[in-house]
Design a protein around this ligand. Structure first.
Ligand code: ATP
Ligand code: MG
Length: 734
């Protein structure tokens, strides 16, 4: 079989890595130098040139999206689809093992995953029941503590407190948390990895089986592995298997979650027979973008150091935009995207990146206003939304009545007359009898511990769930989901709330039915569904907990990509916007006061810049409303760290004046001749004073839409800010 084509499209260094005979391999190289490409080609090489069975290969990447991408690239290279290979994230693969070996892992068959929101609620509850002062020991801090210990592979019983007050308290909560999780059959994200590691250690026969099977283990984004992940890999690799890791110390961005750059050096110690290969040519970005990234990262100390070059063209300068506020910033970004799209590009080749999730809403609003499709990865995921979590809690109870987190969530949502006092009684009974909340409900009714009104309300709740389960048996997954949403009363609950937000929540619930529907689709089942889960519904719920919001929009639709900088790792786009480049936001205020934190932020910025292939925008706002407060902002130091000759300022003036100009992606205020509107041409621009018949005088802050739909935001001296439809408002320019 001719395998040379696998090596054809690689440079010499890459080829050495792909065809290396070394037992272990470390590829250490900068952004866009082809690390992931090498990994994919190596797999193809093993399959085709070395006739390795796909069953012998396990590949780990960082996100589910990356895993899917990797699979399809391999299929493409070898011209057929390869089953049997394990490709996934650490969490996904570890979870799969736990599903297959739940007994040996010491878990109930129907164990379920606790996401970080549920985890926090549970810890809050425990702190209260342990009578610990939650002002002094906030739940959030405790959550961090527990997760950090798990990342290091430590359980409460393994940690010495040395009579230290802080450690003692944390351990008390940690231990109670462990007991509670054990009882409820729940595992959090850290626990997935920890258990999977313990599964190896406690069950030599299982370990031996997988060591014999996975003779080739390949890891992308190795710089972001934490202690427990690395330990898991080492055990799996044993002494005979081949381990290939690829990574870039400059892109380590998960230190705050326990990732250890040191693992890179550790690797060459632990696997002394490993080959180290460096890749130096960047194939992704224009030289302007690459130089900007190289200069920026040179401000960090203690790097392993590398030399990254490109023979690509200079390309366009990096554009920097200073916005009035976050709305202006969002509008600017969307304008540019419209230009980009109307000049024949794909939306999916453009990405808007931001430091924190809270920034996405403004951008989403601006995109929605002009009707531009977009998708959000990671961050506030579909499955983390309140209404979705409520619906999922009902579904969870169908599988497992003893899921306390689910009971807590929905026992009185929608309201059904079960008040705080009643719930307290139920919790107390659960503690006394050491049983689940569900059982406690039953006890409360049986022992008439409640007023008859409360008891009736509880009974109605128990019956509701029992009935749902009965009615759902035999239905297909999406019908189950539909039935539960319909009979839970959740839709009516949100209808009562009213308003835009409630409408969105109802739409999301409908979307959940759609998501379940695509889960029913046989094409999907083969690839995505973990057949080891105890049922379809269980598999669906697992995926809901594990996966990012991949189901929220149609995969095939051409849509702009929105995501946090963290989720952008490993990806590339023709056009990239880095928004919110402000001190305190990026670098984030929690990290900018210490060198370690600041350097991690800078690496994050390096990751952001190097996502761009052709064109990069950076924007910041003079003032920003976040979490309800308006703050004045200073531009991020990272902007200054990019050499001036590589950037170009987008002058504010040109944007202000664009209001008068023809509709080049921006707004045409007033008449749109194509639509034959009767609105007279107005001479209104941003920042201008205007008068309105009813509201008096004010200043134009913002605009959106075009022609008949054009709206302006005016800050009126007397009544504050209002959005007005331009064609009705009869504004007079002053
Ligand atoms: P990151 O550090 O961001 O994860 P990476 O090192 O994994 O980047 P890749 O994503 O593998 O880099 O490659 C970057 C881009 O360069 C991809 O579009 C890839 O196809 C292209 N590329 C890599 N090597 C070559 C090559 N030898 N010839 C042509 N294109 C290449
Ligand atoms: Mg990569």
């Amino acid at each position: 079989m001719d395998v040379s084509h696998i090596l054809d499209s690689l440079n010499d260094q890459q080829r050495n890595a792909v065809a290396s005979p070394a037992p272990n391999l470390l590829v250490l190289a900068g952004a866009g130098s082809g690390k992931t490409r090498v990994l994919v080609h190596r797999i193809a090489w093993l399959l085709r040139a070395e006739n390795v069975s796909p069953f012998a290969i396990l590949a780990v990447t960082f996100t589910n999206k990356a895993a899917r991408e990797m699979r399809s690239r391999i299929d493409e290279l070898i011209g057929q689809s390869m089953g049997g290979m394990w490709v996934g994230t650490f969490h996904g693969l570890a979870h799969r093992l736990l599903r297959m070996h739940w007994q040996e892992a010491g878990l109930p068959e129907d164990f379920h995953i606790l996401d970080s929101d549920d985890q926090l609620r549970l810890i809050k509850r425990l702190i209260r029941s342990l009578k610990i002062d939650d002002d002094r020991w906030p739940a959030k801090q405790c959550q961090w503590y527990i997760n950090a210990q798990k990342d290091e592979g430590l359980r409460a019983g393994n940690i010495e407190h040395f009579d230290d007050d802080y450690t003692k308290t944390m351990l008390e909560i940690y231990a109670a948390y462990e007991t509670e999780c054990e009882r409820g059959g729940m595992i959090d994200f850290g626990e997935i990895l920890l258990r999977a590691h313990e599964l190896w250690l406690k069950n030599p026969q299982i370990l031996r089986h997988y060591q014999q099977r996975f003779q080739y283990v390949l890891v992308d984004e190795f710089q972001d592995t934490n202690t427990i992940q690395y330990a898991w890999l080492r055990v799996l690799a044993g002494t005979n298997n081949q381990l290939m890791v690829v990574g870039d110390d400059d892109q380590s961005i998960y230190g705050w979650r326990g990732a250890r750059i040191e693992n890179i050096q550790q690797f060459s110690n632990d696997f002394s027979d490993s080959d180290i290969i460096r890749l130096e040519q960047n194939y992704r970005s224009t030289s302007t973008i690459l130089n900007a990234a190289n200069k920026l990262i040179s401000h960090n100390q203690g790097r392993l150091g590398k030399n990254l070059w490109t023979d690509g063209a200079d390309g366009e300068p990096i554009s920097i935009y200073e916005a009035f506020n976050e709305q202006d910033e969002a509008r600017f970004v969307v304008d540019r995207l419209q230009d980009w799209f109307t000049s024949g590009n794909r939306r999916a080749d453009a990405a808007i990146l931001y430091r924190s999730n809270a920034q996405s809403r403004e951008l989403e609003d601006a995109l929605l206003r002009v009707g531009m499709p977009y998708r959000i990865y990671g961050g506030h995921r579909f499955y983390e939304r309140l209404e979705i979590k409520n619906a999922l809690s009902y579904l969870r109870l169908l599988i497992n009545r003893h899921d306390d987190t689910a009971v807590e969530r929905i026992i009185n949502v929608p309201t059904r007359g079960i008040g705080g006092r009643t719930i307290d009684t139920v919790r107390q009974v659960a503690r006394e009898y050491n049983c689940s909340l569900w059982q406690a409900c039953v006890e409360c009714v049986n022992q008439t511990l409640l007023s008859s009104r409360a008891a009736n309300a509880i009974l109605a709740f128990l019956k509701l769930i029992d009935d749902m389960q009965q009615d759902c048996s035999g239905l297909e997954l999406h019908q189950k989901v539909e039935h539960v949403i319909e009979h839970s009363g959740l839709i009516g609950h949100h209808e009562k709330e009213g308003g835009e937000k409630a409408r969105a929540r109802i739409e999301n619930l409908e979307e959940l039915i759609t998501a379940a529907g695509s889960f029913d689709d046989p094409g999907m089942q083969e690839e995505e569904i973990d057949v080891t889960a105890s049922s379809f519904l269980a598999a669906f719920l697992d995926q809901a907990s594990l996966d990012a919001g991949d189901t929220q929009a149609d995969e095939t639709e051409d849509a702009v990509q929105l995501m946090t900088l963290h989720s952008a790792k490993g990806l590339e786009f023709q056009l990239v916007f880095l928004s919110g480049m402000e001190e305190g936001l990026f670098p984030h205020k929690m990290s900018m006061d210490n060198l370690t934190g600041l350097e991690e932020e800078r690496r994050l910025c390096y990751v952001g810049i190097t996502r761009a292939k052709a064109k990069l925008y950076m924007s910041y706002a003079e003032s920003r409303r976040m979490h309800g407060d308006v703050t004045l902002c200073r531009p991020s130091r990272f902007i200054r760290e990019v050499p001036g000759d590589l950037v170009e300022e987008v002058r504010l003036k040109t944007t202000v004046n664009r209001a008068h100009a023809p509709a080049r992606g921006g707004a045409t205020f007033g008449r749109d001749p194509g639509l034959g509107a009767e609105v007279p041409q107005t001479q209104i621009s941003l920042g201008q004073r205007v008068a309105h018949g009813k509201f008096g005088e004010g200043v134009v802050l913002n605009y959106e839409g075009q022609g008949n739909n054009a709206r302006v935001q005016v800050n009126f001296d007397a009544v504050g800010s209002k959005w007005l439809v331009l064609s009705y408002a009869k504004l007079e320019a002053l």
